[in-house]
Design a protein around this ligand. Structure first.
Ligand code: MIC
Length: 672
């Protein structure tokens, strides 16, 4: 049977037969795991609860790239903790300033045909070299580190045929913006994009990285490119020729859905505030005044991306009232732009050159002024993500960003005339793994001391689900609530990623600054949401912080994939409306009862009867068997412990938290 590439790779990694029907739950063996500092501390703490001495996955890398502003002890304490954990438990450790996890992983570790999970939604970048790379919550990464397979619904595979070639000034960023224009931010949920067709060969690996990185913004699980000559050249340049295998769909393979993009017909595109899905041609917003341009970071931080910006700005200056930042993706890119003259051109043009860290992409400094327009080559523009609550962030390609920096207004780069000659990308960049530390050898790992700073606390844990659940509606939210709404970005808040009780104080501040206090008073609480609840990042903090405040159920019209999983894994019921009109019946302060909820879940019932202040409504529990068990137990950690108590342990188990943090770590532990 002719299989597409996704199905081939998944079949090779399936631990339980060959059920490849979309939506059916499959267990996958995982080859690689990625962690970064903003989500890694929770992942490592949960891994430690499993009681394993060493990680069980063939390769795990802990990157430090998000929380690196280091205003005080919190960030560097996290780094030390993670460095110790990596050394002791058997993970590579990439030091701060060495590169942005998604980009650097494509350079140094990602492999064609491999499966990979990462505690970062943009883990998907590694699809650029033919990996199936999926962003998940920290607990899911911890489980993989502990030797468990990763279970997920078998995806719908969307074949994206690329034909033709991009015209001058149009870039791979426009390919993913075009998919976002067509599908919006939830139009590919539970799907994987697989690119094929003659246009694929025209897109370099760095361009593929940008496309795969932002595939998550459509709600997709991930995206993947075939492993072809471009991949071979890339891996050779990275001095990893042995990692190359040719991979693609079988001749005649079919897809569940199809898209076709004629590359030569694309034009420069831009996503307007405040959603990556709000895409229009640049010409529609040309002339808009801009005060900040940011190029690079998690996407568009490869050599060509920065070289084209430098070429546009060579011997010129950024506009008088505009400030521009440039962030290379990795130390290798920093070296390459320094050696090729790109760096000097950018500096002379007035750019603020940043180190290879996530930086402004996740609100780590360089926030724009109030109400002002910032044009960024990044991947997300949810409200307030830049650090400024009234921000007006547009997302676009480096060519549009460079032209905009030059003129101070949004500019279609095709107006610049002929495409400039770019300096040659160094074919063999200086491969330098000097800032990636190998783990301690197994026989020395016992000696490694892990330092735990005062900001590091065990994650909270839910109670077992009662026979009947009654809770109070604490807030009713609109569509498209992002995990950044739940757990905000920015220097101040993100410094508490290892300290959920403190972090919880910022929960949903954009909607109700009193939410944390209210939720604690009303506990057990319920959040009601619209469509695409929990879109965006993989941060499980967006489940842990509400849990800390006593939230025990979220009822929504639909959920984003990663967040839904994080809620269930952490013991929060993620229920759907059977009739969406029932959403309008909900108001703050109402009581909702789910009679016999345990029994319903035990029986595998999908329809869950509920009473909302006396009115009968029906909710849906669309759970797999595994999820039903998790929900009843009060989350996955508690479930595994129960299994351990009932029978001989299999594949790792979670210990009870008996640390001094135990008080914090109970449901509704609250904040002081
Ligand atoms: C993001 O782009 O939103 C982040 C910051 O990389 C997050 C990770 C995080 O919240 O720490 C992500 O995409 O998962």
């Amino acid at each position: 049977m002719a299989d597409n590439m996704v199905t081939k790779i998944l079949k090779e990694h399936m631990e339980d037969g060959s059920n490849v029907e979309p939506g059916e739950e499959v267990s996958l063996s995982i080859d690689q795991a990625l962690l970064q500092d903003a989500t890694g501390t929770m992942a490592c703490l949960q891994f430690e609860q499993m009681g394993r001495d060493r990680v069980q996955v063939p390769l795990a890398v802990q990157y430090i790239d998000h929380n690196v502003i280091q205003l005080d002890h919190k960030n560097p304490d996290d780094h030390l903790f993670l460095q110790g954990a990596a050394a002791k438990y058997g993970m590579y450790y990439s030091k701060p300033g060495n590169g942005i996890c998604h980009y650097l992983h494509v350079e140094r570790f990602a492999k064609p045909g491999a499966t990979m999970v990462g505690a970062d939604s943009h883990t998907t970048s590694s699809g650029a070299v033919g990996s199936i790379a999926i962003g998940v919550g920290g607990l899911d990464v911890a489980l993989v580190l502990g030797g468990q397979p990763f279970s997920t619904g078998f995806p719908t595979v969307i074949g994206v045929e690329l034909t033709g070639e991009l015209q001058d000034w149009v870039t791979p960023k426009d390919v993913i913006l075009e998919l976002l224009r067509r599908r919006g931010v939830a139009g590919a949920t539970n799907s994987i994009f697989e690119f094929y067709g003659p246009g694929v060969a025209t897109i370099p690996v760095t361009g593929r990285t940008t496309i795969c990185n932002m595939s998550i913004e459509t709600g997709a699980t991930t995206a993947i490119f075939p492993s072809d000559d471009r991949t071979r050249e890339w891996l050779e340049a990275q001095q990893r020729p042995d990692d190359f295998v040719e991979l693609g769909a079988d001749e005649g393979a079919e897809y569940d859905e199809y898209e076709h993009i004629a590359l030569d017909e694309l034009e420069p595109l831009i996503a307007q505030p405040h959603s990556p899905g709000n895409v229009v041609p640049v010409s529609e917003v040309a002339g808009t005044k801009v005060v900040q341009v940011c190029i690079g970071s998690s996407v568009n931080s490869g050599f060509e991306d920065l070289a084209v910006a430098a070429a546009v700005l060579r011997d010129k200056s950024v506009a008088k009232d505009l400030v521009m930042t440039v962030t290379p993706g990795s130390r290798q890119i920093l070296n390459s732009i320094a050696e090729s003259g790109v760096y000097a051109d950018l500096v002379r043009a007035g750019a603020r050159m940043l180190e290879p860290i996530c930086g402004p992409c996740v609100g780590m400094g360089y926030a724009p002024p109030s109400d002002a327009v910032s044009v960024r080559t990044f991947n997300r523009n949810f409200p307030g993500r830049s650090g400024t609550q009234s921000d007006q962030v547009y997302l676009t390609s480096p060519t549009v960003a460079a032209a905009t920096a030059l003129y101070g207004v949004i500019t279609d780069p095709r107006e610049l005339g002929e495409y400039p000659d770019l300096p040659e990308a160094p074919m063999y960049p200086a491969v330098d793994d000097g800032q990636i530390l190998a783990p301690a050898p197994e026989d020395e790992a016992g000696e490694v001391e892990i330092q735990r700073g005062p900001n590091i606390h065990e994650p909270p844990e839910a109670d077992e689900l009662p026979e009947e659940f009654t809770g109070t509606v604490v807030i009713v939210l609109p569509d498209d609530i992002s995990t950044g709404d739940l757990t905000p970005d920015g220097v101040e808040v993100m410094a508490f990623r290892s300290n959920v009780p403190e972090l919880a104080k910022f929960t949903l501040r954009r909607f109700d600054s009193e939410f944390p206090e209210k939720a604690q008073k009303m506990a057990p609480g319920i959040i009601v949401g619209g469509h695409n609840y929990g879109q965006g990042s993989s941060r499980e903090h967006a489940a842990l912080a509400p849990l800390q405040l006593g939230i025990r159920a979220v009822i929504a019209k639909s959920f984003a994939r990663i967040h839904r999983r994080n809620l269930i894994s952490q013991g929060i019921l993620a229920l759907l409306f059977k009739n969406e009109e029932d959403y309008d019946k909900f108001e703050e302060g109402q009581e909702l009862t789910l009679p016999d909820i345990r029994e319903h879940l035990e029986n595998g019932d999908t329809e869950i009867p509920a009473q909302l202040d006396g009115t009968e409504i029906t909710l849906l529990a669309q759970f797999s068997e595994r999820e039903r068990d998790m929900a009843r137990a009060g989350g996955f950690r508690r479930q595994l412990r129960q299994q351990q108590e009932e029978s001989a342990p299999k594949g790792g188990e979670f210990r009870h938290s008996d640390s001094a943090d135990d008080q914090d770590s109970q449901q509704g532990g609250g904040i002081s």
